[in-house]
Design a protein around this ligand. Structure first.
Ligand SMILES: Cc1ncc(COP(=O)(O)O)c(C=O)c1O
Length: 473
């Protein structure tokens, strides 16, 4: 186990570092995976103001979450698929973060063991978001981790991924963009995956937590692709506002799937979350409408709002005042400047990520070996040739204690430290930092490489299997 967090996030260690280094040299977290920008305050103000309404806090919503938030997610998803899928509140659970959505999905999917098999099996790319392997293992899955054998990519091709899937496979996990590498599948690859999964009744668990910042336009939409291939019910989607809106503390996320699976997931959620947070509904309403406004080819925020109202219509009689609250919030989203503020903030964030990626490439290019092509994600996964051969855990602790850098190295994303050490020294970097902090962090990383380092060796990409992942991600 790579116990990075025992130092990087330990309060005593942090206090000790601060005492030794003073105000001049604050800690820099280069690998947070979170978004260190301030959130869009218009968005936050709208959400907090709206959450004062008793309809959003005076009762338990039930383990599926409040109908308003579920309808907002459903309306976005239906429009985003241009009608290829029809999603309603019954297809959505509002969860306390995507992590909770993944854990629920893992539990529900684990219960579907094929006849004659003792344990369900899941296939994951490696490196990837560590909690998924851990959640699947915890739920009873055996997990295969697959790395590409091709040069200059970590994300296995769909052929590689599926060729590594044993016949007992019931779940494949796909992350757009893949954390930590920032890679993603093309539309054609996702189609190939959907067809393969359909023919074997394998569920695709699709994590879209950091999908919506892509600067190059249009990301393929897996549920639409699967629907075209007659496999709409074979995809479970998990998404969240934690990273994309710099609000990990709000714990607002969603799980989308067929109604039967969502019912089972809600039953599992009952023990943990008999209600969604009051903040979730206005946040999801504004966010999902804003995304329609941003993407426009699927209709405007106004079109989305009409769909939200249609979806809640059957429930207005159950909750007196909900109709008025919904129309008021839709109105305020436009008139208060909250939607415009969120859209401008998102645009700024995209520019910040691009600027920081350019800084890494142009000013610190000689620090890194091969880096996956950036496509708009928060994260990248870099090779630091100067640190090749060094012990991962010890080096990460040294980066913290001596250089004031919090980093999350490769073994936190799957496979063992030994496996990684044979390939070189890799770590995740996260672009969502104010540029001055980003540069300060990279300068310290360069100092560390100079002080600890030695000349370079190349990278290998063998496939491998087994071993659950661990660590923050
Ligand atoms: C791919 C991926 N999925 C899920 C999560 C968890 O998000 P949340 O904070 O909503 O639980 C993260 C957070 O780092 C992530 O990178």
């Amino acid at each position: 186990m790579l116990a990075v967090d025992e130092v990087n996030y330990d309060l005593t260690e942090q206090a000790d570092y601060v005492e030794r280094s003073g105000d001049e040299r604050p800690l820099v977290n280069l690998s947070s995976g979170v978004n260190f920008q301030q959130p869009a305050w218009e968005f936050v103000d709208f959400v907090l103001g709206a959450a004062r309404d008793p309809l959003l806090w005076h009762d338990y919503d039930g383990p599926n979450g409040h109908v308003l938030g579920r309808a907002a997610v459903a309306a976005y998803e239906t429009r985003r698929s241009a009608g290829l899928t029809t999603i309603g509140p019954e297809n959505v659970i509002v969860t306390a973060g995507a992590s909770a959505g993944i854990a629920l999905a893992a539990r529900v999917l684990a219960a579907r063991v094929r006849p004659g098999l003792q344990r369900p099996h899941a296939v994951l790319p490696a490196p990837t978001f560590p909690l998924v392997g851990a959640a699947l293992c915890d739920a009873g899955f055996t997990v295969s981790q697959v790395v590409s054998c091709l040069p200059e990519r970590w994300l296995p091709t769909v052929e590689e991924l599926t060729a590594s899937a044993p016949p007992q496979t019931t779940v494949i996990y796909v992350n757009t963009f893949n954390n930590p590498t920032g890679e993603r599948y093309s539309e054609a690859e996702l189609r190939q995956l959907a067809v393969w999964a359909r023919d074997r009744s394998v569920v695709i668990l699709h994590d879209v937590v950091s999908s919506d910042l892509a600067p190059e336009g249009h990301l393929p939409h897996l549920p639409s692709i699967a629907a075209k291939e007659g496999y709409a019910d074979g995809v479970l989607t998990v998404g969240s506002l934690s990273k994309s809106r710099a609000l990990p503390g709000f714990r607002i996320a969603w799980l989308i799937g067929d109604a039967q699976t969502m019912q089972a997931a809600a039953a599992a959620n009952e023990l943990i979350a008999p209600s969604s947070p009051g903040l979730a509904s206005p946040a999801l309403l504004l966010d999902r409408l804003a995304m329609l406004e941003a993407e426009r080819q699927y209709g405007s925020a106004r079109d989305g709002a009409e769909q939200v109202v249609d979806l809640i219509e059957p429930h207005f009689a159950t909750f007196p005042g909900l109709r008025e609250l919904t129309s008021r919030l839709i109105d305020e989203a436009h008139t208060s400047g909250a939607m415009a503020g969120l859209l401008a903030w998102r645009q700024d964030l995209r520019q910040l990520l691009a600027a920081n990626e350019a800084i890494l490439r142009t000013r610190f290019g000689d620090l890194t070996g091969w880096v996956p092509t950036w496509r708009g994600d928060f994260n990248t996964f870099i090779h630091l040739p100067a640190l090749d051969g060094r012990d991962y855990l010890q080096t990460t602790h040294t980066l913290f204690r001596r250089f004031g850098l919090q980093t999350l190295p490769a073994p936190a994303f799957g496979h063992t430290a030994q496996w990684w050490r044979q390939r070189g020294y890799f770590t995740r970097l996260s672009f969502a930092l104010p540029p001055a902090q980003w540069v300060r962090g990279l300068e310290r990383l360069a100092d560390a490489c100079a002080a600890l380092g030695r000349p370079t060796v190349g990278v290998g990409h063998p496939t491998a299997t087994a071993a659950p992942t661990n660590g923050r991600g």
